[in-house]
Design a protein around this ligand. Structure first.
Ligand code: IPM
Ligand code: MG
Length: 361
């Protein structure tokens, strides 16, 4: 069976970590009867450099002709944010892709690999309890996609970002959250700001209504400020974390640190037809770009998610996750998960990828 994958490596560390993910997929290919065809597309600042567009039409075409999109990262150094190469880059590329393909749900698994216990910043008693949180982030509405403008009022500029939520959108992701929770620990924690925001009130009302159809699951509501605290205090008590767009962006970065590093984080963005884009949400990390030091595990685990969710290749997904587990257990560490006090071996991006390929069974 052949699977067609659009590869959009993008900017910063994107191309480096993408190389390792492709290497892993090719190794898998050589050890099974599955085959992949990769078609590369330009995106972000690196696309602008060539085409003066952050998301060329050609790239959209490549994505439309593929069965899944493997995405790296986009965006440039903060000091150059006003340069046309980078100005609006994320909005024009990754947000435009989310909109174009109607990706409404973003899935971010947050789990602590046992071998990284010693690198986890949580206190011992919490680490012992462990955690396995599935962050479901609404991806198509909220403040990201509302009307934006900056205008002059009374002699000074005022910036506006409208936040909006449609009942049907909340309903759709809430159903998905409970369907997934049913296969896990049967608990949904829904995050909002219902004490202040209209969007929060509607979010809470709709999620509560949907929950009635899933009596086997428990529902907990948390205000986002409280949620950010509870996640640190009692991570083991969370199962499915259901978040509006911006809150999911923020809280998933917070929890990713408990897993060792933001560089470990993988994600899947899915639309109603089941088409998906898979990306490590850690960003382009310009300070690390070109140095062969970035952690490729988030990108590799994103590729694994693609195999499972888009292609139904559960076994192959598990093979990659097991290889990652093993590489960590033999103490291979990129800089972000390296602890000098233990017997860790500090490795480069490439060495990490090679080691994972070698451990693929
Ligand atoms: C993420 C990223 C993006 C987001 C940026 C790059 C626009 O932070 O996927 O978490 O905010 O959604
Ligand atoms: Mg983010």
């Amino acid at each position: 069976m052949n699977y067609k994958i659009a590869v959009l490596a993008g900017d910063g560390i994107g191309p480096e970590v993408m190389d390792e993910a492709i290497k892993v997929l090719k190794t898998l290919e050589s050890k099974s009867d599955i085959s992949f065809s990769f078609e590369e597309g330009l995106v972000g600042g690196s696309a602008w450099q060539v085409t003066k567009s952050h998301l060329p039409k050609e790239t959209i075409k490549i994505c439309e002709n593929s069965q899944a999109i493997l995405f790296g990262s986009v965006g440039g150094p903060i000091e150059e944010a006003d340069h046309p190469k980078w100005s609006g880059c994320e909005i024009n590329s990754i947000l435009a892709l989310r909109k174009h393909f109607n990706f409404f749900i973003n899935i971010r698994p947050l789990k602590l690999f046992k071998s990284l216990n010693d690198h986890c910043i949580l206190k011992e008693s919490l680490i012992r309890k462990g955690f396995d949180i599935l962050c479901l982030r609404e991806l198509s509405e909220g403040i990201y996609f509302g009307k934006k403008e900056t205008k002059e009022i009374d002699g000074q500029r005022v910036a506006f970002d409208q936040m909006f939520y449609t009942e049907g959108t909340i309903e759709k992701i809430a159903h998905r959250a409970f369907e997934i929770a049913r296969t896990r620990k049967k608990k949904v924690t829904s995050v909002d700001k219902a004490n202040v925001l209209e969007c929060g009130k509607l979010w809470r009302e709709v999620v509560t209504r949907v929950s009635k159809e899933y009596p086997e699951c428990t529902l907990e509501h948390l205000l986002v400020d409280n949620a950010s605290m509870q996640l640190i205090l009692r991570p083991s008590e969370f199962d499915v974390l259901l978040c509006p767009n911006m809150f999911g962006d923020i809280l998933s970065d917070e929890v990713s640190v408990f897993t060792g590093s933001l560089g470990m984080l993988a994600s899947a963005s899915i639309n109603k037809e089941g088409f998906g884009l898979y990306e490590p949400p850690g960003g382009s990390a310009y300070d690390l770009a070109g140095l062969n030091v970035a952690n490729p595990i988030g990108q590799i685990l994103s590729a694994a998610l693609m195999l499972k969710i888009s292609f139904g290749l559960d076994k192959e997904h598990d093979r990659i996750v097991n290889a990652v587990e093993e590489v960590l257990s033999i103490q291979y560490r990129t800089g972000d998960i390296y602890t000098s006090t233990s017997s860790c071996k500090e490795v480069s991006t490439e060495e990490m990828g090679d080691a994972i390929c070698k451990l693929l069974k």
